[in-house]
Design a protein around this ligand. Structure first.
Ligand SMILES: Cc1cc2nc3c(=O)[nH]c(=O)nc-3n(C[C@H](O)[C@H](O)[C@H](O)COP(=O)(O)OP(=O)(O)OC[C@H]3O[C@@H](n4cnc5c(N)ncnc54)[C@H](O)[C@@H]3O)c2cc1C
Length: 489
């Protein structure tokens, strides 16, 4: 039976599991799930289910597994790599009804949450007791903790505190065969392979996280935010190097270039110092005495590198004013360009200066403007490639520049994604970074969890590489490749 017919036949059983209001078959309603934050990849899901419990997720996945039907997990749909792109003849499993914070356990400094809980809700729930959840993607008001797990999301403060993987103690997952399994927990690391670490960042290809135990951190005694304006990116970059080399570990170090400052001014009137070729935002946190000492060091190093204006914020309202421009930067470029691509790559911090120069060359040669906003402390670039989509060929040229930026990242020892993941968007870029043996090994790992290849297929790894291939051990070259009819990408 073709996949769509099999799927249609399963709908009564899906309704029996999730209830009538937990299954969406109406085509207009299904269309609302057609993409994530990367809207140029879109496809309408075969059916959408909205489970409310682990048992329902497991029953749906088991049904998919028994019938060879693909499924795609989805949290809040803010992903920027089309990781939650639906399968047209598959089941989209949306966690938006699994939003309970099950426990705030201050004695063990952790929280137990369902996957659909928004990132910021964890901090809101822990704040009255003086705690917070550290990973802070800019989308934290809406993105789900389940999505954060799948993408190993980062944020401005990951320089000091690390990515999601550093803050997850345990998971309950539903494997692609529908089994409910626990990885880790409140106790310290169990022996054996780090399957918890492997699941984090697996982009929905190893199963669905249905319960998450995250580490809570004590809110810092003092937070001081510094905004320093420089005439050039080189001067700002050199200040960053000196700050880190000087032994200061800020909670966040963010940088914006002139074009992104212009966009932020146009969008939110952030009133950054006029004439700045670069602004640096440095946030310091910790015990008050340490923060004060670090503040002295940071201001001195910024001045030594030519900062012509330095502003300081020590309460929440002043901090929000400093962060306003940076936090609006992605959307703000819409004010100065009809269309743009948000790229995400990472390089060793020491290569930042060279890579930014090469990006400027690429931009000058192609006539495509690139605005740079980035986590300077950990080398995570977010170049915004601007183009006019009404101009013939401009989109293609922008894609070329965007792709060439990833090549630069690889050439300088970096990676094709810093935090947004591979999804569908970068699946063809993976072979630029990994050789066939690396990809094969990852594929075999995936196949151990998902031999049928039903969990978020066609994402993360360029497999199945050809029609009909399944993840797992490859037995020689595909016959179509041998015949020269098709090629692997
Ligand atoms: C304005 C904006 C700013 C952003 N800023 C940042 C940032 O600073 N840092 C950053 O890292 N990212 C950022 N992102 C990207 C995005 O918010 C993150 O990747 C986020 O973690 C996605 O969460 P989500 O709930 O929206 O997941 P979705 O988009 O719904 O899904 C993302 C992936 O996770 C999988 N998935 C979802 N839930 C589960 C689950 N329970 N179990 C297994 N797999 C699952 C999906 O299949 C998909 O592959 C930003 C996005 C936007 C739109």
């Amino acid at each position: 039976m073709p996949e769509t017919q099999t799927l249609r036949a399963l709908i009564p059983r899906l309704r029996a599991i999730c209830g009538d209001d937990g299954v969406i078959t109406d085509s207009a309603q299904r269309r609302t799930y057609e993409s994530d934050g990367l809207a140029y990849h879109a496809s309408v899901p075969g059916v959408v289910v909205l489970p409310t419990s682990t048992e329902q997720v497991a029953d749906v996945v088991r049904l998919c597994s028994e019938n060879g039907i693909p499924f795609v997990p989805r949290g809040a749909g803010t992903g920027l790599s089309a990781g939650a792109l639906p399968h047209t003849s598959g089941v989209l499993i949306v966690t938006s009804r699994m939003r309970r914070i099950r426990e705030i356990d201050i004695e063990n400094e952790c929280a137990v949450v369902e996957p659909g809980v928004a990132n910021l809700e964890v901090t809101r729930a822990a704040a009255p007791q003086g705690y917070y959840y550290a990973p802070d993607p800019s989308s934290q008001q809406v993105c789900s903790v389940g999505g954060n797990i799948a993408e190993n999301s980062g944020g401005a403060h990951c320089l000091k505190y690390g990515f999601t993987v550093n803050h997850v103690l345990g998971l309950e997952i539903v494997t692609p065969s529908g089994e409910v399994v626990r990885l880790g927990g409140k106790a310290a690391q169990p022996p054996g392979y780090d399957l918890l670490g492997a699941f984090i960042g697996s982009e929905g290809t190893l199963g669905i996280a249905t319960e998450i135990t995250v580490r809570l951190m004590r809110a810092p005694q003092q937070v001081t935010t510094v905004l320093a304006a420089f005439e050039s990116m080189d001067a700002g970059g050199s200040a960053v190097s000196d700050i880190i080399a000087g032994g200061v570990l800020p909670a966040a170090v963010e940088m914006m270039d002139a074009l992104s400052i212009e966009a932020a001014e146009a969008a939110v009137a952030c009133e950054y110092p006029p004439g700045a070729g670069a602004v640096l935002i440095v946030e310091l946190d910790g015990p008050a005495a340490d923060v004060d000492a670090q503040f002295e060091a940071v201001t001195e190093l910024c001045q030594r590198n030519g900062a012509f204006e330095i502003r300081t914020a020590s309460d929440a309202a002043e901090r929000a004013r400093i962060w306003k421009g940076r936090k609006s930067a992605f959307a703000a470029v819409g004010r100065i360009s009809p269309a743009y691509i948000v790229q995400d790559g990472v390089v060793p911090r020491t290569a930042l200066g060279e890579v930014l120069h090469r990006i400027a060359d690429l931009s000058a040669r192609s006539g495509i403007r690139v605005a740079n906003v980035f986590h300077a402390g950990d080398g995570n670039l977010h170049p915004l490639v601007l183009f006019d989509d009404s101009e013939p060929g401009a989109g293609e040229r922008a894609e070329e520049v965007s792709g060439a930026i990833l090549d630069l990242c690889i050439e300088h020892g970096g990676s094709i994604t810093g935090e947004h993941g591979v999804g569908v968007d970068k699946v063809c870029t993976m072979p630029r970074m990994f050789g066939p043996a690396d990809l094969e090994t990852m594929d075999r790992f995936r196949g151990a969890f998902d031999p049928g290849g039903i969990a978020n297929p066609e994402k993360l790894l360029p497999t199945p590489r050809l029609c009909g291939e399944r993840p797992g051990v490859k037995k020689g070259e595909h016959p179509l490749v041998t015949e020269g009819v098709a090629e692997l990408f």
